[in-house]
Ligand binder design. Structure first.
Ligand code: DQA
Length: 144
């Protein structure tokens, strides 16, 4: 099974960015953790990070015929991007939404998740473990 893990804007700044909210571990640490857990599950992962909405839309489209499922943390685009929602609906691959922080307990503008409307599972406020749980969930449900 192949899973695409997408991270949106400013998640490349993990470790530097607001450590009180997102922790001190880096994006590279996150990638290593996901690769290690996916490897243990026998899942092939592709890791993609972009600060650009259009590049995220394009990568979701490219998943068609290439990957079997998507884990996505669209970061700030969660709360604004109908284009990312539409791309997820267009490819119609099983998708899981992840947020490192508990967006439900933060500012009012973080209370809407457009991308989440196209996701069948949500792992929110679990830190990096949310990605691991999302990969496990998709592997269990859709893996060979
Ligand atoms: C985030 C939450 C978003 O509201 C924020 O814009 C991010 C990260 C999270 O993982 O907690 O960039 O998606």
């Amino acid at each position: 099974m192949k899973i695409l893990v997408i991270n949106g804007p400013n998640l490349n700044m993990l470790g530097i960015r607001e450590p009180g909210i997102y922790g001190r571990s880096t994006y590279d640490d996150l990638c290593a953790l996901i690769r290690q857990k996916a490897g243990a599950l026998g899942v092939d992962v592709a890791l993609f990070q972009s600060n650009s909405e259009g590049d995220i839309v394009t990568r979701i489209q490219q998943a068609l015929g290439r990957e079997d499922a998507i884990v996505i943390n669209p970061a700030a685009y969660t709360h604004t991007s109908i284009a990312i929602l539409d791309a997820l609906k267009a490819v119609a691959l099983p998708a899981a939404e992840v947020h490192i922080s508990d967006i439900g307990k933060r500012e009012a503008f973080r209370q809407v998740s457009y991308a989440g409307l196209a996701c069948e599972a949500h792992f929110i406020g679990l830190g990096f473990d949310g990605y691991v749980k999302a990969v496990e969930y998709l592997a269990r449900k859709y893996g060979g």
